[in-house]
Structure formats: C-alpha cells, structure tokens
Design a protein around this ligand. Structure first.
Ligand SMILES: Cc1cc2nc3c(=O)[nH]c(=O)nc-3n(C[C@H](O)[C@H](O)[C@H](O)COP(=O)(O)OP(=O)(O)OC[C@H]3O[C@@H](n4cnc5c(N)ncnc54)[C@H](O)[C@@H]3O)c2cc1C
Ligand SMILES: *[C@@H]1O[C@H](CO)[C@@H](O)[C@H](O)[C@H]1NC(C)=O
Ligand SMILES: *[C@@H]1O[C@H](CO)[C@@H](O)[C@H](O)[C@H]1NC(C)=O
Length: 384
C-alpha cells in the first residue's frame, strides 16, 4: 500500500486528501494518507476581511476541525500529524516534522511513496508586531488569538489606514467602510494608479467608486515610508509618512502587500528566486520528475495564488494520482480561465472572468457571505 504524504492543512491539503480517499474507495488500490499541518482546524481565510471586524462571525463559522472532517476514515486510511514540515530529504523520501517552523523541536520523521506539497503562503506582514491574520499563522490557537486581538483593535480605533490595494486591501477597506462609515475614518493608501491593478480596468474603476461610496478615502500613487513609522502611547499613536511629504496619524495601520510562500524546508534548488516551488504541467517538482513529488496551490509557481486555482489543481492532481496508482499515464494540466472577484462591503462587489467584467450584483450575490457556507462541506469532504 502506498503512503501519500500531504504537507499543509488548508484548501490544497484537505481537498486533495478527500478527493484521493474518495477515489480510492471506488476504484482502489487502497492508500494511506498522512496529512501534516501546524493547524488542527482549517481556517476559512477567504472571509478574513470581514472576520477582522468584531461581531461578524463566530469562530465555528470560520474554523473547522480537520480530524473531525476525516472521522469516517480509519487510522490505516488517514492520519493527521500536527507540526511543521521542517526538512525534506528527497533522496530518502522522507520529511522531518517539528513542533516549530525552524525545526528545533523534532516530532517525527515520515517516509512517503508519494509527496504532495501544499504549504501555501503567509502574508508578507507575518513578522509585523500587529498581525492581521488574513492567512493562518501556524497553530489554530495562534490564529484565533491574533484574530480576537485584532477585532479588539478595530473596535477601539477611530482612524484606520489600510495600505495596499490588491484584493485583500480593497476587501478589508470595503468591510471597514461598510460597517463604520459614520463612526471611523478609513483611509486606503496605494502606490498604484488605481485599486486592483491586476484586474481589468473597468473593474478597478468600479471598485474605486464603490469604496468612495462607502466613505473610504483612497489615496492613489502614494507610498507609505515603512521605515518612518513612529509609535506612541494613546490615541492616534501611529504616525506614518507618505511619499507626498505628508504624514498620517492613525490608531491602526493594516499593511497588505502580498504573500510569501511557506517553503523554507524545501531545498533551494527546487525554488524560484521568490521561494515558490518550480513545477511542470503535471505539477511535478522540476528536477524530481517521475519521483512522485508534486506541489500545488499558493506554494507553487504555476499560476496565480487563488483558491479557485488551487482547487482546480487539486482536482486534477487527485485524478492523476488515481491514474498512476492504476498504472496509467497522468494527464497534462492545461489551466483554465483567469478571473477574480472582490466583495466591497456587504452589498457591493465587482470582478471579471477572462476579459469580461461580471455584473456587480452577481459578484456581490455570490460573495455576500464570503463563501463561509462552504467550510463544513470542504472539511468533511462532501463538497468533492
Ligand atoms: C484575505 C484573503 C482573501 C482571499 N480571497 C480569495 C477569494 O475570494 N478567491 C480566491 O480564489 N482566492 C482568495 N484568496 C487566496 C486563497 O486564500 C489562497 O489561494 C489559498 O489559501 C491557497 O490555498 P493553499 O492550500 O495552497 O495554501 P494556504 O491556504 O496558504 O495553506 C497552507 C497550509 O499549509 C500549512 N503550512 C505552512 N507551512 C507548513 C509546513 N512547513 N509544514 C506543514 N504545513 C505547513 C499552513 O498552516 C496551512 O494549513 C484570498 C487570500 C486572502 C489573504
Ligand atoms: C510559514 O512559515 C513561517 C516561517 O517559517 C512560520 O513561522 C509560519 O508559522 C508558517 N505559516 C504557516 C501558516 O504555517
Ligand atoms: C523614510 O523615512 C526615513 C526615516 O524617517 C527617512 O530617513 C527617509 O529619508 C524616508 N524615505 C523617503 C523615501 O522619504
């Protein structure tokens, strides 16, 4: 029986495990899946822009237990090990697991036949003293604690500055504007010429209008000088200098400047200059072809870091693993349509599929709950 080791306990890890187990129960041969992640619960981070505000979601609506979701499988079929993959030895097909990301507290070493790398990404601001947990922070407890702390900060703040106008910055500013347009000052600062610069121009324009409708002050073509940040005691304690020569005083500063892959345990030669795992169109790690090592989702360099993409890759890889287990050739992955959706407060949204702008009411209808209703079926596998 093959042991399939999956690293990462989020969309890729949980989704691919369920798909493979379901498939194995129908077409065999039997496999054993070992899932390693520092988190015990899947965090529905898609809803983070709203969850950062107090009183929006209960923890149970955005965190769901992984072992609970796999309880229909026996220990010979599925095992969850809590910890960080801390080193990968491809020659001997084994991974060391540690209680910390740095690998100083070894837990166990796992031998695999197949390896699926799905350790995703963290936000670039992971090392800031105040963390907006837009992604998990490691353990579920750490993520929950950070979320609760952040909600309190939001509650107390009269002025909030969000920096960066990618989807995360725009959605956070939108939620804050929607909820507090009368009681707090919300400012979005971006160095770009518009918001959502990677979207099609008409979507950017719509998003900008929607933010302004929610009383969000948008400062375009303005950079925050990160090294000039001053922190004092009391209200408006944070002072940031902007590239236009002015300064802003604020109670809360939320920088959102993108993601970095969680790949430090993987030998450098398999990573690109930004730390993403290099893969081919079968998701095989380049340099390890035909050795049954794949990387998908945010951690890989193939497509944009989106759940939509991660889920499509997961479905394709699970199918390919079924083919390989039955001694058939795997299929080439061709990708799919690019697109994005962005919710701006509870009643508005915009997005596009390919080059076509989607009607705002459709985006905001689809995204109105930020898909939290899909958490349970994702974690217990009934979605697949
Ligand atoms: C605020 C926000 C909103 C978003 N909204 C959308 C959206 O609406 N639509 C969309 O398509 N995409 C959205 N995304 C992107 C989406 O969150 C990611 O594409 C998705 O999370 C990728 O899933 P993943 O499983 O590859 O990795 P991740 O979700 O990053 O998960 C990685 C997992 O690996 C674990 N891990 C990390 N290091 C290790 C290690 N060393 N060993 C073991 N485990 C480890 C982590 O704890 C985690 O469980 C959004 C992102 C953000 C930040
Ligand atoms: C990502 O890696 C960092 C540094 O190795 C680690 O501290 C962090 O907990 C990891 N993030 C997640 C979500 O596991
Ligand atoms: C940023 O702030 C630092 C510290 O105040 C200052 O020395 C530096 O010149 C500033 N940089 C820019 C580009 O304004």
């Amino acid at each position: 029986m093959k042991t399939i080791l999956i690293l990462g306990g989020s969309f890729v890890g949980v989704g691919t495990a369920h798909r493979i187990l379901k498939q194995a129960s129908k077409t065999g041969p039997a496999v054993k899946i070992i899932l390693v992640s520092p988190n015990t619960h899947l965090y529905w981070n898609i809803a983070a822009p709203r969850a950062l505000l107090p009183g929006q979601f209960t923890d149970d609506e955005i965190f769901q237990s992984i072992p609970e979701g796999f309880k229909q499988y026996s220990k010979d079929q599925f095992e969850h090990i809590v910890g960080f993959a801390s080193s990968l030895d491809v020659a001997n097909k084994k991974v060391e697991v540690s209680a910390d990301a740095e690998g100083t507290k070894p837990v166990t070493t796992i031998r695999y036949d197949f390896l699926i790398i799905g350790t995703g990404s963290r936000s670039k601001e992971f090392d800031e003293d105040v963390k907006a947990p837009v992604k998990g922070l490691g353990s579920t407890e750490a993520t929950k604690d950070a979320l609760h702390e952040f909600q309190e900060l939001v509650e107390k703040s009269k002025t909030i500055v969000v920096a960066g106008a990618g989807p995360t910055g725009v959605e956070i500013a939108g939620e804050l504007g929607y909820e507090y347009r009368k009681s707090k000052k919300i400012i979005l600062v971006t160095s770009g010429n518009t918001v959502l610069e990677t979207a099609i121009p008409s979507v950017s324009k719509t998003a900008l209008g929607m933010l302004r409708d929610l009383n969000v002050e948008v400062k375009l073509q303005t950079k925050v000088n990160r090294s000039s940040r001053i922190k004092r005691e009391g209200p408006n304690q944070i002072e940031i200098s902007l590239s236009d020569g002015t300064t802003l005083s604020t109670d809360l500063y939320i920088p959102t400047s993108g993601i970095v892959p969680n790949s430090s345990y993987i030998p450098d030669k398999y990573l690109n200059a930004n730390g993403f795992v290099k893969v081919d169109e079968y998701f095989q790690v380049k340099g390890l072809e035909n050795q049954h090592v794949w990387a998908i989702g945010d951690v890989s360099d193939l497509e944009s870091p989106q759940l939509l993409v991660a889920d499509r890759q997961s479905g394709h890889l699970a199918k390919n693993i079924g083919l390989i287990l039955n001694n058939n050739a795997p299929l080439l992955y061709k990708g799919g349509m690019r697109g994005m959706g962005c919710q701006i407060g509870k009643k508005a949204g915009t997005g596009h599929l390919g080059w076509v702008k989607l009607p705002s009411f459709i985006v905001s209808f689809l995204r109105k709950n930020l898909f939290v209703e899909k958490l349970a079926s994702t974690v217990d596998g009934s979605a697949y």
